[in-house]
Design a protein around this ligand. Structure first.
Ligand SMILES: [Mn+2]
Length: 343
């Protein structure tokens, strides 16, 4: 069982994480490297060392961002892919076995409310396509929850314009090109690539999104037929779409040996393309957590797992989705389920 940590600035300390029952692995990243630059061995050593010093282990890198020029298939992608491969080599050298990454254009995860009050007085992240449609991107990302300083208006307009000419098929081609370039480096470094599904699993602001469903994940692992080319099975991202049968998807991908990392989180769907996050328990939302863990267990999954986003409970303040308490409860719930399946 692992836990995400955002580095020295994270209000949740490694000491707190160490005290969560069963958690021994940390999921982290270098947060001050410009996108596209090489991750130096020195900085990685420092990150791993700070985690070791607290009795924990750096188990997963989540994530090295993929430069937009790679996703867009622009010239310059050769150098960027080589640099990405070099970073993968360094990750392997320090003994981290899994790299989580994503291929979402412009935006990573997207929500329309970072603090939706639930009936029990807790606060959760929420998404509603109708609210998104009313958001104005003409001033950059200033109006978007969680994207306060990411892009100014000119940069964002330029990216949106560039992607307006990129079809889903082209995005798939660009992803295939990227995987062909980096998978050999991952193989020789002993690093498993684990793509994170698009969150939410449908287009936002007209941007194409392709890693959204069971067939898409199976297509992905077929792009480069290597055990190093796999997925992060994120139940919250995939579970936002009612068409996704999560236990069946986990079983099929697990049988291929291509699930390298599990993100477990629950969501409650409130309409077409609308949902909010809930506690991890299967009974609290639409994710059949027991079914997913049974499928993982049955197919021999032995990779890292982490509770994904949690609600804000017990008056905790901090990084939306990444407080201590609800995620810690999620970690113990998931381990209880797993223990029950292991008897
Ligand atoms: Mn996730």
């Amino acid at each position: 069982m692992t836990f995400r940590w955002f580095g020295a600035d994270d209000p949740v300390s490694l000491r707190h994480i160490r005290q969560i029952p069963g958690v021994r692995g940390v999921v982290s990243a270098l947060y001050d490297v410009p996108v596209g630059d090489i991750w130096s061995r020195d900085n990685l050593d420092q990150l791993a060392g700070s985690i070791d010093a607290e009795g924990l282990e750096l188990a997963v890198i989540e994530s090295i961002p993929v430069h937009e020029d790679i996703k867009l298939g622009r010239s310059g992608r050769d150098r960027l892919a080589d640099q990405y491969a070099e970073s993968i080599g360094s990750i392997g050298e320090i003994g981290v076995p899994v790299l989580c990454y994503n291929f979402m254009p412009v935006f990573d995860w997207m929500r329309t409310d970072l603090s939706m009050r639930l009936p029990d007085g807790s606060f959760a992240l929420a998404y509603d396509d109708e609210v998104l449609a009313r958001m104005d991107l003409s001033k950059g990302t200033g109006d978007l929850p969680g994207w306060a300083t990411a892009y100014d208006s000119a940069t964002l307009a330029g990216l949106l314009d560039a992607y307006s000419r990129v079809s889903e098929e082209q995005l798939w081609d660009n992803l295939a090109w990227f995987l062909e370039r980096i998978t050999p480096a991952a193989e020789s470094a002993g690093v498993k690539l684990a793509i994170h599904p698009d969150d939410p699993p449908w287009p936002v602001f007209g941007l194409p999104r392709i890693i959204t469903s069971g067939p898409a994940l199976e297509k992905l692992v077929g792009l480069v037929d290597s055990p190093a080319n796999g997925v992060t099975f994120c139940t919250g991202s995939l579970g936002a779409h009612e068409a996704n049968d999560l236990p069946a998807m986990a079983r099929r991908l697990g049988e291929k040996g291509r699930i390298h990392f599990a993100h477990c989180r629950n969501v409650k769907r409130t309409g077409p393309r609308a949902f909010h996050e809930v506690a991890h328990l299967a009974g609290d939302g639409d994710v059949d957590m027991h079914g997913v863990l049974t499928a993982l267990r049955d197919t021999g999954f032995d990779g890292p797992m982490r509770p994904d986003h949690g609600r804000m409970i017990w008056d905790e303040r901090g990084r939306p989705g990444y407080g201590l308490y609800d995620r810690a409860l999620g970690a113990t719930y998931l381990q209880g389920l797993w223990e029950g399946l292991s008897i």
